[in-house]
Design a protein around this ligand. Structure first.
Ligand SMILES: [Zn+2]
Length: 124
């Protein structure tokens, strides 16, 4: 068995597109899914330590127990959990990737922007 990790928004529109994209991107059979409303906002602000620690607990399980070979952090337009401009979200996405790369230096980390047509794009 082989795994990668998605830190995605809880939004129902972005769940199904992300899984096959990451199976193909990281060449893994399974995708461990961690969802929060607007996760890039949580990583960009780093002030809500309870939620941040909860995310890290789950990523740790995916990385240490499942040997995850890649982590994707995701953002999308019209996010109810992070109602800011797309440009702001994309800046948060870049910051989130930097943050995760520092936390997991041995795992590949990418940032996905899921566009208005629900197509994931590797943004950073
Ligand atoms: Zn969202």
């Amino acid at each position: 068995m082989n795994f990668c990790t998605a830190i995605n928004c809880m939004d129902g529109r972005v769940q199904l597109p992300v899984i096959p994209f990451l199976q193909n991107r990281f060449k893994t059979e399974f995708v461990d899914c961690i969802t929060e409303p607007g996760p890039v906002d949580i990583f960009a602000r780093t002030t809500d330590l309870m939620i941040l620690n909860s995310i890290f607990t789950r990523v740790d399980i995916s990385v240490r127990k499942h040997g995850s070979s890649g982590i994707a952090i995701c953002a999308h337009p019209d996010c109810a959990g992070n109602p800011v401009d797309d440009d702001v979200q994309k800046a948060q996405l870049r910051r989130s990737v930097i943050f995760l790369k520092e936390a997991y230096p041995t795992v590949e980390v990418i940032g996905l922007w899921i566009d208005n047509n629900h197509q994931p794009q590797e943004y950073c």
